[in-house]
Design a protein around this ligand. Sequence first.
Ligand code: IDP
Length: 149
Amino acid sequence: MERTYVMVKPDGVQRQLVGEIISRFERKGLKIAGLKLMQIPRSLAEEHYGEHKGKSFFAPLVDYITSGPVVAMVLEGKDAVSTAREMMGATNPLQAAPGTIRGTYGMDIGRNVIHGSDSPASAEREINLFFRPEELVSYDRSLDRWIYE
Ligand code: IDP
């Protein structure tokens, strides 16, 4: 099983989409391995988005992601990274397929509601940035045999 890092961004929290978004992942069959509400310190935001440093949208992006609380989570399941990314849709919500999270709830690339790791390597890096090992929980779900063959 693979783990991915997913985060409801400040606009998603302000728009009261947290329950709706978590519900989608739960219904899909992804398992919550870590979950918390947090205010991201600027230094952590800059590290998380380090690959975009120097780009024109870097400063607005850091302002945006630190503008209010986020809901950080670790989701576990078969191909969790790509599965969660598919459910989120394209970075620009206007190009995201209808029915995806960004396609359903977003209008602007600078307010695209949700983040998800883009590769297993990014997932490992981001999980370690946002969660201490003891904040992640391993447990069995009795319905797993109804989700996985
Ligand atoms: P991703 O979130 O779909 O992985 P990335 O290219 O890694 O997309 O960009 C990270 C975040 O930076 C995006 O989710 C979006 O919030 C923001 N972003 C990316 N490109 C732009 C842009 O051209 N203008 C404004 N914000 C952008």
